[in-house]
Design a binder for this molecule. Sequence first.
Ligand SMILES: Cc1cc2nc3c(=O)[nH]c(=O)nc-3n(C[C@H](O)[C@H](O)[C@H](O)COP(=O)(O)OP(=O)(O)OC[C@H]3O[C@@H](n4cnc5c(N)ncnc54)[C@H](O)[C@@H]3O)c2cc1C
Length: 362
Amino acid sequence: MRIVIVGNGPGGVELANQLSGEEITIVEQEKVPHYSKPMLSHYIAGFIDKEKLFPYSLEWYEKKGIDLNLGARAELIDRARKRLITSEGEIPYDVLVIATGARPREPALEGKEFVHTLRTLQDAERIKEQIEKYEEVLILGGGFIGLELAGNLAKAGYKVKLVHRGSNLLGLDEELTKVIMEKLECDGVEFYLNANALKADKEGVLTDKGYVNGKVKICAFGIVPNKEIAVKSGIHAGRGILIDDHFRTSAKDVYAIGDCAEYNGIICGTAKAAMGHARVLANLLRGREDRYDFEFRSTIFKFGNFPIALIGKTRGGGKWLDKKTKVFLEGGKIVGAVVMEDIRKAMMLEKKIKAGVSIDEL
Ligand SMILES: Cc1cc2nc3c(=O)[nH]c(=O)nc-3n(C[C@H](O)[C@H](O)[C@H](O)COP(=O)(O)OP(=O)(O)OC[C@H]3O[C@@H](n4cnc5c(N)ncnc54)[C@H](O)[C@@H]3O)c2cc1C
């Protein structure tokens, strides 16, 4: 089976790894091998060297028998001839997997040319150079990427401000938002909540609550799935590339996984999910039964010194089990949890939540 994968992010590389032994080709527009996006803020903060971002060497790809085509952009899928058209030529496939990921949502601000976004190693290099020069950073957006950056840069001693348009962080309730803020404030992060950014200039950002200074500005307003290759090739797309519960797109033998894929209105948006998709799809392609639970989300983030796990449903009325654990209930059953600092406990709770335990069974 000739399997062609577009994209060498965690989704693409994990799928290639799982299917090693088959005839695998990866087409990737970037010129470097796979690197870890979750580690980019650690690199910017100066905690790790660049080499540490790369978990797999070029020899690893060779040993696994993966034909890695770097610097090649996939342009179109010729579905009738089962060929992928790339900037470097055509590649025949039996199975094509789109794992093109996403890009950062651009800020709709006047002066957006003064604002960075962070997705690639190149973005990280640019930001690193700037913060080392100015030593202060203004982050727009209180999602997980904004908080990761804030936590790591504050821990590294940079002056960090974070502007967020809502009153809650990560879609969590007021109590949890307060705990996250207190943890990050201890490391020196200054929060500006309920503030809408209106205009950016060289020195900072004008919000509807006043002007906030910050020479280096980074916007983390969420992601836009890279669905263009599918759209151009006549494959159905919504916000992302539409898939069914077997990762099938509307085109025969063409699948989509990771940040570019949309299942039932859900775009997963994490490396953990992209790798999960890859493992399940690998089983399905090998004819084994498997299923990915799109409704159940679970991710561990590290905001500087502060690890936090969000498991399952984390909205609505919650109950504190102890100072570091809040669980969320539906009809007496635990359907979600937020666990701070204790990651082992988070993993244990995740298993119990998946098993459908009630609060009394904990
Ligand atoms: C700063 C930062 C911190 C993060 N922290 C976390 C975290 O702590 N935990 C977590 O779980 N997730 C985290 N994420 C999110 C995570 O990195 C993404 O969800 C994940 O990378 C998605 O994987 P993917 O394989 O779907 O896509 P991507 O990683 O986006 O990879 C897609 C690849 O496809 C390539 N590509 C796109 N179009 C084409 C084309 N036409 N032709 C050829 N190649 C193409 C791109 O160049 C890219 O290399 C973070 C992301 C960022 C940016």
